[in-house]
Design a protein around this ligand. Structure first.
Ligand code: SF4
Length: 309
């Protein structure tokens, strides 16, 4: 087989080092769609009568995720898809990305709901970070504040919209990094909630599905470009901390040992049953936050502690 040529004889759009194959545009797009369908089928991600909310930021992962879910599921009459976006209030960033989110929903005819931190908590993320950075010298505070509030709002509004599942665009890079980060931080409880199938601990908790979990980040971006889908291509100005260090570490491993990201995630999945056993013994049962009534392992949930105190 000559170099840089797909098995069909057309010029390659990508060389997948981890499987030693060249793929042309058509075969690459088909291969991504096949992988996503397989993940959905093998792990039973979608069931009849599901109402699925796709978390949509406007970045490549969520845009491709919504596009593929629509492409795969729109022929089914027994499944409904809606999109949910959060406006954290990040100046010069989120306003732009929401333009792409709105554009795709309009094009595909998908119902789109947008909720803002400002309306929910009375403050934008920018304002809250500014307020806290006066008293705390913690570079990771913005992502902690944001992540906690995002999880809270996505769960709360998914329930209000009567969704049965929340779908996110997490890709192979995100998931392999998250597996290592939870390990490094010793956060077995959070690690135990990762995995291919939705984990539902409580009736108020909406299970998550991640159809792109085994698609490398670069391939998600290439899919968007080759399929002609527009997405917001800027990094959040608050992005910092451990996640970036872990990302660089995993990327350098992958560079020298092709396929390492898959190995990290597949090994993590094999360990999940043990992690869940340990986490169950260590953690108290899910309760409800005294202030907001949302599911929480503590008396007052992290969101209320950080955002409503
Ligand atoms: Fe939020 Fe951090 Fe992501 Fe920015 S990088 S959107 S602050 S979690």
């Amino acid at each position: 087989m000559p170099k840089n040529v797909c098995k069909c004889g057309k010029p390659a759009a990508i060389f997948r080092k981890y499987e030693g194959s060249y793929l042309c545009k058509t075969h690459f797009l088909q291969s991504i769609e096949r992988k996503v369908k397989k993940n959905m089928r093998v792990h039973g991600l979608v069931k009849p009568e599901d109402r699925i909310g796709v978390g949509l930021s406007g970045g490549k992962d969520s845009i491709v995720c919504l596009y593929l879910m629509h492409k795969i599921l729109s022929p089914r009459r027994d499944v409904k898809i809606v999109a949910i976006s959060l406006d954290e209030g990040i100046k010069g960033y989120r306003t732009d990305s929401l333009t792409y989110a709105r554009g795709l929903c309009k094009k595909l005819g998908i119902e789109h709901h947008v909720y803002s931190f400002k309306e929910e908590f009375g403050k934008t993320l920018d304002q809250k970070v500014k307020e806290l950075s006066k008293s705390k010298n913690d570079l990771e505070i913005s992502c902690t504040l944001c992540g906690v509030a995002r999880r809270y709002m996505l769960n709360k509004y998914s329930r209000k919209l009567r969704l049965t599942k929340l779908c996110t665009g997490h890709n192979l890079d995100d998931e392999s990094q998250a597996a290592l980060m939870n390990y490094i931080r010793g956060d077995l409880y959070r690690a135990s909630r990762m995995g291919p199938e939705p984990v539902v601990h409580d009736k108020k908790f909406i299970g998550r599905i991640k159809p792109l979990r085994f698609i490398p980040e670069k391939e998600v971006a290439l899919y968007a470009i080759l399929a002609g889908i527009r997405y917001h291509n800027e990094e959040c100005p608050h992005r910092c901390g451990l996640r970036l260090e872990v990302r660089d570490f995993v990327n350098s491993l992958e560079q020298n040992h092709s396929g390492m990201k898959f190995t990290i995630l597949e090994t993590f999945d094999r360990l999940l049953p043990c992690l869940r056993d340990i986490a169950q013994k260590e953690e108290s049962d899910v309760r409800y936050c005294r202030k907001c009534g949302e599911p929480s392992a503590r008396e007052v949930c992290k969101t209320c502690e950080l955002w409503r105190s």
